[in-house]
Ligand binder design. Structure first.
Ligand SMILES: Cc1cc2nc3c(=O)[nH]c(=O)nc-3n(C[C@H](O)[C@H](O)[C@H](O)COP(=O)(O)O)c2cc1C
Length: 351
């Protein structure tokens, strides 16, 4: 048995720890990816790309607002950012595919030396092109492929630039086509904007996914009280620490639906190492952290690893000991012992 209590298995792959730096504007250059690797992340997912010029052009129209619990702006990289909500619209990498993939292959070779991974990410536009890119990524020597088929901006971006798939049958067919195109471990990232996230995950598994990443952010709309116009001028994706229980619920429901054999990876809501522990307990073998790194810096990753390690050490446990532990003991409302009169203490004061 390994001496590393943080080791986590994602199918055939072993991560040195379950803290993954998720894809975003902070993983768009070689130096940025190296900064995340230096913090000891189990893996770093590069900013996504695809063939759509409209998706690349959209990067020039991005905008971001970090907000407190009353929807007032919070400065980035300061106290308070940890609890803030990020409201933003994003676009895709503007670099050419061939040069980017060669650079990621070099970075992944560097990552291998420290027991980590650099993972390329595709966002679905045209399926056949996505399959060709997947094959090219394998040929370039990269070791894992992530494909996001549910980016929240799908319904706002130019037609077809970013596809947001919710239909289980289509998801099964898309994943099966990608599965044909590469033997790499295939991680499929799904939207949370669905009434049946577990059904989508089951379809991805049936199509041949090696792991499923749950779940993409929601779209929101926020009126600005000063301008009386929409904040940022548009609808935009929204996320915060408040999303953790929503994501954790779908992780645990998916574990129940498909069983523990399909590795689940959490995204959407983790802000520190204890949140990674929460996602482990819900059944996610690893957690991607994105907004926390973007808004507070790469040290968030190192801090999260240390926090998770402290949590496990204090309990004499390993990552594998707690995986799915809370999910497997969830009860229905009916199974709860009744506690007569318990609710009365919360009744509002009527004096
Ligand atoms: C500014 C920004 C850019 C993002 N870009 C990508 C991307 O290129 N590809 C992708 O799969 N997800 C992207 N995401 C989604 C994140 O990787 C992540 O799934 C999401 O933000 C929820 O996790 P979090 O609560 O840790 O931020 C982006 C998120 C943000 C905030």
């Amino acid at each position: 048995m390994s001496t590393n209590r943080l080791e986590s298995r994602i199918g055939a792959l072993t991560l040195k720890n379950p803290v993954i730096c998720g894809a975003g504007e902070h993983t768009m250059t070689a130096e940025a990816i190296r900064a995340a690797l230096r913090q000891g992340a189990g893996a770093v997912v590069a900013k996504s790309t695809n063939e759509s010029q409209a998706a690349k052009d959209q990067l020039d129209r991005t905008d971001y607002a970090l907000l407190d619990g009353h929807w007032n702006p919070v400065p980035w990289h300061r106290a308070g950012a940890q609890d803030a909500t990020l409201f933003c619209r994003s676009g895709l990498l503007q670099r050419g595919f061939d040069g980017w993939i060669d650079e990621l292959a070099t970075l992944d070779a560097e990552a291998r030396a420290s027991g980590s991974y650099v993972i390329p990410s595709l966002i679905l536009s045209d399926l056949e092109q996505c399959a060709r890119y997947a094959a090219q990524i394998e040929q370039a020597g990269l070791r894992v492929l992530e494909v996001n088929i549910g980016a929240p901006h799908g319904e706002e971006a130019a037609q077809g630039a970013i596809r947001l798939e919710r239909d289980a049958e289509r998801i099964g067919r898309i994943v099966a086509r990608l599965r044909e195109s590469t033997a790499l471990p295939l991680w499929i990232k799904l939207t949370g904007q669905s009434e049946d996230v577990a059904g989508m995950a089951a379809a991805a598994q049936a199509g041949g996914a090696d792991a499923v990443i749950l779940m993409g952010r929601f779209m929101g709309f926020l009126p600005d009280l000063d301008t009386q116009r929409p904040l940022l001028g548009t609808n935009a994706a929204v996320g915060g620490g408040w999303a953790l229980p929503l994501t954790a619920r779908w992780i645990s429901l998916t574990r129940r639906r498909v069983g523990p054999a399909l590795p689940l990876i959490a995204t959407n809501g983790a802000r520190n190492g204890l949140d990674v522990a929460r996602f482990l307990l819900a059944g996610a073998a690893a957690t991607e952290m994105t907004s926390a790194v973007l808004t507070r810096g790469y040290a968030v990753l190192g801090d999260a690893i240390a926090e998770l390690d402290d949590y496990l050490r204090a309990r004499g446990q390993r990552v594998e000991d707690i995986l799915g532990r809370a999910a497997d003991s969830v009860e229905t409302y009916q199974q709860q012992a009744s506690r007569p009169g318990h609710w009365t203490q919360f009744a509002p004061d009527t004096d």
